[in-house]
Each structure stands twice: as C-alpha cells, then as structure tokens.
Design a protein around this ligand. Structure first.
Ligand SMILES: Nc1nc2c(c(=O)[nH]1)N[C@H]1C(S)=C(S)[C@@H](COP(=O)(O)OP(=O)(O)OC[C@H]3O[C@@H](n4cnc5c(N)ncnc54)[C@H](O)[C@@H]3O)O[C@H]1N2
Ligand code: MOO
Length: 390
C-alpha cells in the first residue's frame, strides 16, 4: 500500500487548473482570483477628513484661537472655496479637505457660537486627515491566485472593479452506490439506511468552490453503475462513494476498469480510508472513496479538497497541519497513518474513545483530525501532536 503523501501526489497529478471566467463582483466570495486585478482609482481619491469637526490651517491651531466658519464640506459635497488665515470650514468624516486647510480639529475640542468657533485649551494633536491614496492608488495590483474573502470583495468594490476574473468552479459528479441506500425523506425498507455521505461531501466540496452534481444512487449492479458513469459527462471530477472494498458487491473498481479507467492507485496506508482508488476515466479524473461515512469524509478532506484547490489554480499543498498538546494519552498506532476524530480547544487535543469509521455522531462532535504516523509509539499527556482543523 502506498503512503498518504504518495497517494495525494498521484491524485493531484490527475488534475490541471481550470480556465478563468469573469464573474460579477458580488458573486466572487470564496472563488479564486485567476488573474491579477488593478485598481481603477485611488482611495480616497482626495485628502479627506477622518472626523467630524472643523478644517483650518494647521499653523493657526493654537489653544483658545478663534476662527470664522465660512462654509461646509460634507461627504459627497465638498467646499469649493479656499480656507485662509482666521477661517474654518465645518467638515464631516469622509468629506474632501478644502484647499488651504491642513488640519481638522474635532468638534469635541471646539466651542461654537454662531459663525465663530473657539478652540479649547487642550487640543487633540492629530491632524485627522486621510491623504489621497492612503488606502491604495490607481494602478495598484492584487496578485493572483488568491482565495477571495469578504474583505477582498470590499477591496475590489472600492477599486471600482464590477467584475473579476476567477477560476471556473470545478464540477464534481458525485455517485453514491449501494442497494442499502435511500435518499433522506424516502422510506427505507427494513434492510436499508439513509444515504448520508453524498450530502456531507456535497456540502464540503461546495464550501471549497465546487459545483456538485449529486447523481441518482447507483445500485450494486454493473448496469446501474455504468448508467451512473454515463451521467458524469462534463464533470471535472468524478467521485464515487462506496463499493470500493473487496466484498462481492463492491463493483466500482471493476466497472470503472471495464469502462477504461487508467488506475493511478488502489489502497492507501491510512485509517480510515484504506480502500481509496483514483485514476482517469475518459480523461476525467476519478476518485473512488470508501463507503464508511467517516472514511469518505476524511478522504474528502485529505484528497479532494487539495484537488479542488489545484483545479482552481491554487498552489498544490496537503491539508494544513497544526500542533497541539495531548490532553489524554494515546496508545501505539498501527501500520496505517491514522486520522483520529478529536476535539481541540485552548491548544489541547483529545481523541475520542470511539474511532469506528461508521460513527457520524463522533465526526460531528469532532473539530479536528489528530494525525498519527504509521507505528507512532504510545504518547503521554503533554506530548505535541499534529492535527488538521475540520
Ligand atoms: N474483508 C475486508 N472487508 C473490508 C475491508 C477490507 O480490507 N477487507 N475494508 C474495510 C474498510 S477499511 C472500509 S472503509 C470499507 C469500505 O468499503 P466500501 O468502500 O466497499 O463501502 P461499502 O461496502 O459500499 O460501504 C461500507 C459502509 O458504508 C455505508 N455507506 C456506503 N455508502 C454510503 C452512503 N452514501 N451514505 C451512508 N452510508 C454509506 C454502507 O452502508 C456500509 O455500511 O470496507 C471494509 N471492509
Ligand atoms: O476506511 Mo476504512 O474505514 O479504514 O474503516
């Protein structure tokens, strides 16, 4: 069996980044910026007041000094004239600083009587001016690739970019397999269960930029699986769930091979997730996930999310590992890399006692996967271990 690192490398080698598309700004959050973008204007485009107060010549801002108020500069409506000695302009936050003014006195430091203001004895010394271009200047560039955050959307808007080039969303065709499965809301017979993996995986992949087509559940017959594969046309990635192991009804590998899959590997030294397979089916990358609910989700995190990143033009990298101190001891690990469901808080991590790969309640309670190397020796409380956040 190959290692997780080797399997990930082989999975990633199946993918090429997708082409970019131009998308309206409001729809870009969570997408990957595909090409650099350039500010169409400076922000602020003029020197602006940072506070509500009075704009005047800074050299005149002495304690108790008096000024005549000659006009107003509001956000969106500047003052056209020039501020001269002994004069002040009422100004508001974001308004253009009038010509001649070099400082804003906040209104808390001013007494006003009619058109005359008197500065107080103690003055805040800041000038409360935001210089033109303080945030960014016309022509400034944001590099690609970059996962677009809500803050980025605000920045692009401010740069006057109504549409932005992003990587096309990877289309994932998701095939759940197994005679035992019915959809949530359907009525199962006494031997059936509800299909859960496809829903968890759909949510996970969509969180990471994919467009997921959930295909009808394929039953455990070659014909049904063939039909399911036929429905995957146009997908950038085919993901099957279940039917990957060695049982008499585990047909995914056989049918995919009959349909011409070039297999990159089958079986990985990991727990859960051992019977993972990957390859190409008519030039489309295909990953066969094990059916156990936790196995399929763990493999989704470890293999499919990095693939979605690559498809969207982000650098190739494995799931990010963090470090925490063990809050409860661990026994020796077996021969497979173990992704233990765990809870991390305040820098301490505890693996759940029950690690069976069928337990969705445990997965749902976990916020981390504690990662253990093959044959990792027993560990005491306080030992540093690696984990990835769920
Ligand atoms: N003799 C052996 N048996 C098994 C081995 C082995 O090496 N030798 N490997 C075990 C491991 S590890 C795993 S993981 C499972 C994976 O098996 P399959 O990928 O073939 O999955 P299925 O048999 O189809 O299903 C396993 C389990 O998961 C449930 N399942 C499947 N799909 C869904 C779904 N979409 N939603 C919810 N639950 C699902 C299914 O009902 C089974 O309970 O094989 C071990 N066996
Ligand atoms: O992937 Mo299997 O769950 O190792 O249990």
């Amino acid at each position: 069996m190959i290692t997780v690192a080797e399997a990930l490398e082989r999975v990633l080698s199946l993918f090429e980044p997708l082409e970019p598309e131009i998308v309206p700004l409001a729809a870009t959050c969570g997408r990957v910026l595909a090409q650099p973008v350039t500010a169409n204007r400076s922000q602020p485009p003029f020197a602006a007041s940072a506070m509500d107060g009075y704009a005047l010549m800074g050299v005149e801002a002495e304690p108790d000094a008096m000024f005549k108020v000659i006009g107003e500069s509001a956000a969106g409506h500047g003052f056209d004239g020039v501020v001269k000695a002994g004069q002040a302009v009422r100004i508001f936050t974001g308004a253009p600083l009038p010509t001649g003014a070099t400082r804003v006195i906040i209104q808390e430091d001013v007494n006003r009587s009619g058109d005359v203001i008197t500065l107080k004895h103690e003055l805040d010394q800041k000038d409360y001016i935001r210089p033109a271009g303080a945030d960014f200047s016309k022509g400034d560039t944001i590099k690609a690739p970059r996962l677009i955050s809500p803050s980025d959307v605000a920045l692009f808007a401010s740069m006057n970019l109504p549409a932005v080039p992003v990587a096309r969303r990877p289309v994932v065709a998701l095939i759940a397999t197994g005679d035992e499965l019915v959809m949530p809301g359907d009525v199962p017979n006494q031997d059936q269960i509800i299909a859960s993996n496809s829903f968890g995986l759909k949510a996970l992949f969509e969180q990471h930029g994919a467009e997921v087509r959930m295909l009808p559940i394929a039953s455990d017959t070659e014909g049904s699986l063939r039909t399911a594969f036929e429905l995957t046309k146009g997908a950038d990635l085919i993901v099957t769930i279940g039917g990957a192991s060695v049982g008499d009804h585990d047909l995914v590998g056989k049918v995919a091979t009959d349909l011409g899959m070039e297999r990159a590997f089958y079986k990985v030294a990991m727990r859960p997730g051992k019977p993972l397979m990957a390859g190409k089916l008519s030039r489309t990358p295909m990953v066969g996930l094990p059916g156990n609910p936790v196995s399929s989700m763990v493999c989704g995190h470890i293999f499919i999310l990095p693939a979605l990143r690559k498809l969207q033009g982000l650098p190739e990298q494995p799931a990010a590992l963090l470090k925490a101190e063990l809050a409860a001891p661990l026994g020796q690990n077996g021969p497979r890399e173990h992704y233990m469901r765990a809870k991390v808080s305040d820098g301490e991590i505890t693996a759940f006692a029950r690690q069976d790969s069928s337990l969705l309640t445990v997965l749902a309670d976990a916020n981390a996967l504690l990662v253990r190397e093959p044959h990792d020796p027993a560990k005491e409380v306080g030992a540093m271990v690696s984990y990835l956040l769920l």
